[in-house]
Design a binder for this molecule. Structure first.
Ligand code: GLU
Length: 505
């Protein structure tokens, strides 16, 4: 077999917002393709009209774009293998349905949903397969003339794959190794429905992977049970030679590790399970997203990359380029990955520290505006530089740093009781006299002059600084005192201190 160019696809069904586990699948496909110098396709698997949700496709495209997961081909990008929306490929699938029927590898079944329901009630664990199909209403069991008559009358039907029993079917999985099952456990799955003229997921998925020359199918573990059927379909369609390699990714588990991560876990523990906020078009219910919760896309990517894969050493902070360089399917774990939400916050904190102050300041601007603050970008940058170390989210800068933008209106009672001494007013008034003429009004100068004065007077350093902080901040928090003084500047420092003296004396 000649070496084929690596081509992978992310193939979501637009049935709602993309779950964070789906985002990880997209990311791993992207990392693998980039690393292998291959291509990654975005294909929309929308053949199940019952489960179609308006807005879901646009959501998927926007979410992956936000995270920097780019596609070489697909919906919204185009490409030579399109269309990339399965609902637009009806005619293509039809010919393979015919091929399978003509070869006797599939058959037509007329059983109505009610009849199937009846059968399931009658027989425990009923499975439509070699052992039962001759009791059913299909082209194998019915006389040929009857089948023809039913078709001519326009009766609705489905096409089912004809699975031969008792055959070993092997799935070679790059993560799990060899998985062998007996074909008797498979049922004669529906491949096509005349009702809407559309194939089911299984057929469309295989036909498209073949026609789009996909070399590796990287997807969630929940699809592993379908893989033997897919292997058979490749064989039935005559494509066994170019069957893609499979890699089924481990599940994302609840933070406690027991069972699959669900939206309910997010609601219960207060974290998003979707990349972007999502408003359910029917119920209007809003689900929170990583973007709206203040996550940086780089942090989400880094966090997700390590949920089910590791680089083989303890490096944790990795840019997209580094992830591309180090990624390998062999290092993906077989067992589920606990969704450690706190770790996600930690990553966000790290990325905030790593980014330039100007970039974080730009993200903080809208938050300031929300609080009615208009500030110079250079000033915001200065404040961000002093305060970002204390936060995991840009929006939390407000709680930490609002005093840089608005003077305290009141003074924290507890701090006043503890920190404002009987001589504080007099001392701060003296301090203002000392600070007033300092030129230039920098951190170094203001600090030097203040310290010399305190020493000369024999004052208690802690008492003075505590009262001064209370005057400028309104409570007992904040960075180094003279960082605050220098940032606020001469006029504001004097104004705030005078006001505190007036109010608290
Ligand atoms: N449409 C399937 C999904 O929604 C794709 C499974 C696959 O990648 O084969 O996840």
């Amino acid at each position: 077999m000649t070496e084929r160019k690596v081509r992978v696809r992310f193939a979501p069904s637009p049935t709602g917002p993309l779950h964070i586990g789906g985002v990880r699948t997209a990311l791993y496909n992207y990392l693998f393709a980039r690393q292998q110098g291959g291509e990654v396709i975005l294909r929309i698997e929308d053949t199940d009209s019952q489960r179609f949700v308006p807005g879901a496709e646009a959501y998927i495209v926007e979410a992956l774009g936000w995270l920097g997961i780019r596609f070489d081909e697909g919906v919204h990008t185009g490409g030579q293998y399109g269309p990339y929306r399965q609902s637009e490929r009806k005619e293509i699938y039809k010919q393979y349905v015919t091929q399978l029927l003509d070869a006797g590898l599939a058959y037509i079944a007329f059983d109505t949903p009610a009849e199937l329901e009846e059968k399931r009630k009658e027989t425990a664990n009923f499975q439509y397969d070699a052992s039962t199909r001759m009791q059913m209403r299909n082209s194998l069991a019915l006389p040929e003339a009857e089948t023809r008559a039913l078709l001519d009358s326009g009766a609705q039907y489905v096409v089912r794959i004809k699975i031969e029993p008792d055959e070993a079917v092997t799935v070679h999985d790059l993560i799990r190794g060899e998985v062998v099952i007996n074909s008797s456990i498979l049922d004669d799955k529906v491949l096509y429905k005349s009702a809407d003229g559309l194939p089911t997921y299984h057929l469309a998925n295989i036909v498209d992977d073949h026609l789009m020359e996909v070399t590796h199918v990287i997807r969630g573990e929940e699809w592993l049970p379908s893989a033997p059927l897919h292997v058979l379909l490749y064989r039935y369609l005559g494509w066994a030679d170019t069957m893609p390699a499979f890699a089924h990714l481990p599940l994302l588990l609840k933070p406690e590790g027991n069972g699959k991560l669900s939206k309910r876990d997010g609601d219960r523990l207060g974290f998003p399970v979707f990349p972007l906020e999502w408003k359910d078009p029917k119920s209007g219910e809003i689900s929170s997203g990583y973007r709206e919760s203040g996550y940086l896309p780089e942090a989400v990517v880094n966090f997700l990359a390590l949920l089910g894969w590791n680089p083989g050493n303890d490096q944790e902070i990795m840019s997209m380029d580094e992830l591309v360089a180090h990624f390998s399917l062999e290092r993906c774990s077989k067992s589920g990955a606990k969704f450690d939400y706190e770790k996600g916050k930690w990553f966000n904190h790290q990325y905030i520290q790593q980014k330039g102050n100007a970039e974080i300041a730009a993200l903080f601007m809208p938050e300031l505006e929300k609080h009615g603050v208009q500030a110079e970008p250079a000033y915001v940058e200065l404040v961000v530089g002093m305060m970002k170390e204390r936060v995991s989210f840009v929006k939390d800068l407000w709680a930490q740093a609002s005093f840089f933008f608005v003077a305290p209106e009141s003074y924290d009672e507890k701090t006043v009781k503890k920190r404002w001494k009987s001589d504080s007013a007099v001392q701060l008034a003296e301090l203002l006299d000392v600070l007033h003429p300092v030129e230039p009004f920098t951190l170094e100068h203001t600090e030097e002059v203040s310290m010399a004065w305190i020493q000369e007077k024999g004052y208690h350093l802690g008492n003075i600084m505590n009262a001064f902080r209370l005057a400028l901040v309104g409570e007992g928090k904040g960075p180094h005192m003279f960082d605050i003084v220098a940032a606020l500047g001469r006029d504001e420092t004097i104004r705030r201190t005078q006001r505190a003296i007036e109010v608290l004396k």
